[in-house]
Design a protein around this ligand. Structure first.
Ligand SMILES: [Zn+2]
Length: 140
């Protein structure tokens, strides 16, 4: 299972640190117990038209013995790029045009749209819950 880590480093700083990166230890998403560090693996992270190869930390639950990866950005593409593309599609621009604008494969942008659509209700519920928590009620 992948755990998305909100990493404050930019892509270059993250890549430069390599395996020296200090990733916080998380609790197991399956049983809630603390996990131990469990090595790394390498993967590509796309930044515009370039790809950087980065180390990804693994952690393993001592209780249920399952291993999990800790992704700094969650996807092959930077969250800022995904946000820009998703925002353009929400505004009515087609996935093919957004892909051309960003210099990415159409299938990548189409998959972002599918993922966003499949989670739209959950996202709306999260925003509504945040509004209620902050304001005490939802505006009519
Ligand atoms: Zn566990």
């Amino acid at each position: 299972m992948a755990i998305v880590w909100v990493c404050r480093l930019g892509v270059d700083a993250y890549a430069e640190l390599g395996r020296q990166l200090d990733v916080p230890r998380f609790e197991c998403p399956l049983c809630g117990r603390p996990m131990a560090r469990w090595g790394f693996y390498r993967r590509y992270l796309r930044v515009g038209i370039w790809c950087r190869r980065v180390w990804i930390r693994r952690q393993r639950c001592r209780a249920c013995r399952r291993s999990h990866v800790v992704l700094p950005h969650g996807r092959l593409d930077e969250v800022g790029v995904i946000g820009e593309g998703t925002e353009a599609m929400v505004a009515g621009r087609g996935a093919r045009k957004v892909a051309a604008d960003l210099g990415l494969p159409h299938t990548t942008v189409r998959d972002w749209r599918r993922r966003f659509r499949s989670r739209a209700v959950l996202l709306a519920m999260g925003v509504a819950a945040a509004v209620v928590a902050l304001a005490g009620t939802l505006p009519a």
